[in-house]
Write a protein that binds this ligand. Structure first.
Ligand SMILES: Nc1ncnc2c1ncn2[C@@H]1O[C@H](COP(=O)(O)OP(=O)(O)OP(=O)(O)O)[C@@H](O)[C@H]1O
Length: 248
């Protein structure tokens, strides 16, 4: 199912202009990377998609589900899972307890969530840490537990806000491999500033600039904006720079 934003306007309290002004955007199923300079509105867009905040006008829809409808919001949040920039974990819980707890919060029966948690944790490669406290895990491992939280209740779409910030290259690689392994199982939209090696993990690119869609298309179409003389390993970075320079 697509995630749609129809004529969405959003402004933070006590700020002058809107961050998003009548934005129309549709994310197709698949793996999409969301790029854009600081302040472009990526986190705002994802938090609206997660129903963590609500548009002042316009609509957000996942398929037919409307997060502004009280009767549909729980079903919406079960299907659309969000990993904010700084995910919070309850102190004292083990990985299994945490994953099961989130499943229960999303509407699963407690016992079902408890029994389903090990498989979700296995999917993210952390079975050996299942009974460890989440707070004792590294940053990269905590990000993977956050993904397991979405897998346990069989979310259809994951919204990940800068999930690789602060990860070392090895952890980042593991994280991208995890995303690749989730292809066909769950759709993802990932906002990031790390663009070097995204082509393997993503199908589509959206570039947001000042709350507007600057580019939307397949990774290859995006890469075609690269400077002809750029090094092969830097095509995506070059494409991104060219697209943004074209609007300066
Ligand atoms: N809670 C808030 N209150 C007021 N303004 C905010 C708030 N959060 C974000 N903003 C402003 O809204 C705009 C969009 O911010 P947002 O965090 O969505 O951008 P972003 O593209 O995710 O940026 P970054 O890449 O730096 O994370 C920015 O101008 C920011 O200063």
């Amino acid at each position: 199912m697509p995630l749609q934003y129809q004529s969405c306007t959003f402004r933070y309290a006590r700020t002058s202009g809107p961050v998003l002004d009548r934005l129309d955007l549709e994310f197709s199923p698949g793996h999409t990377v969301l790029l854009g300079p600081n302040g472009a509105g990526k986190s705002t867009l994802l938090s609206l998609g997660a129903s963590a905040s609500m548009t002042q006008s316009g609509l957000v829809r996942f398929g037919r589900l409307d997060p502004a409808n009280r009767r549909q919001v729980q079903a919406y949040r079960r299907k659309v899972s969000w990993l904010p920039q700084r995910p919070g974990f309850l102190p004292g819980l083990t990985c299994r307890e945490h994953v099961a707890y989130v499943g229960w919060l999303k509407g699963m029966r407690g016992r079902d969530a408890w029994l389903a948690a090990p498989e979700a944790i296995e999917r993210v490669g952390l079975t050996d840490k299942m009974n460890n406290k989440v707070k004792t895990l590294s940053g990269g491992q905590q990000q993977r537990i956050a993904i397991a939280q979405a897998l346990v209740h069989e979310a259809e779409l994951l919204l990940l806000d800068e999930p690789t910030v602060g990860l070392d290259p090895h952890q980042r690689r593991r994280f991208l491999d995890l995303l690749i392994s989730l292809r066909g199982m769950v759709n993802v939209i990932v906002s990031t500033h790390d663009i070097g090696d995204l082509d393997e993990a993503f199908d589509e690119v959206v570039v947001l600039e000042s709350g507007r869609v600057r580019f939307m298309g397949a990774v290859e179409e995006f890469a075609a904006h690269a400077q002809p003389d750029c090094a092969p390993g830097r095509r995506l970075e070059s494409a991104y720079a060219s697209l943004l320079e074209a609007t300066e």
